[in-house]
Design a protein around this ligand. Structure first.
Ligand SMILES: [Zn+2]
Length: 176
């Protein structure tokens, strides 16, 4: 057993979610003091959710051909998730890489960096909530679409294999 030094438990890879860092617009002062009684500052989750929502709206705005929220489907959400991969920081080995399936490769390789499954899963949760908070109807919520769930499951399984992480084993307490 290596009971040696577990002191500084690092946060699990990816979940800290800074989002696609490179391209968020400067949030300048858009007078928050609208409704009197200075509201408390938003929680980290709330501000992350707002940032994610703005990122998505920006994505729609730049989409070619133009896309409105009302016409957005699960397929567009998946397209958005794939677009975000370019900002990812998680090495996902391709099947031809000698380190495919190695949790701790001994040397660097040229495989692409992608968004970790955990980050995408959390992101979809936030966007799904934001969609309804912004007036979207639950039954037409593209972030809750079946295709998106299936895509996320494929990403999880693919990354687990490529990175040698047995996600399944974490579930052994509740075997269903
Ligand atoms: Zn590799």
């Amino acid at each position: 057993m290596d009971s040696a030094s577990v002191a500084h438990g690092a946060a699990p890879d990816g979940i800290t979610g800074e989002g696609p860092s490179s391209a968020h617009p400067p949030e300048s002062s858009s007078s928050p003091a609208a409704a009197g009684a200075a509201p408390p500052p938003p929680s980290r989750y709330e501000s992350q959710k707002r940032r994610d929502w703005n990122t998505f709206l920006q994505y729609l705005k730049n989409h070619k051909p133009p896309l409105t929220l009302a016409r957005c489907s699960g397929a567009h959400v998946i397209e958005f998730l794939k677009y975000l991969d370019q900002f990812g920081k998680t090495k996902v080995h391709i099947s031809g890489c000698p380190y495919f399936g190695h949790p701790n490769p001994p040397a660097p390789c040229a495989c692409p960096l992608k968004q970790a499954w955990g980050s995408l899963d959390a992101l979809i949760g936030r966007l799904r909530a934001a969609y309804e908070e912004n007036g979207g109807r639950p039954e037409s919520n593209p972030f809750g679409a079946r295709a998106v769930r299936i895509y996320l499951r494929e990403v999880r399984e693919g990354q687990a294999k490529a990175r040698g992480i047995p996600y399944e084993k974490k579930k052994r307490k509740s075997n269903c």
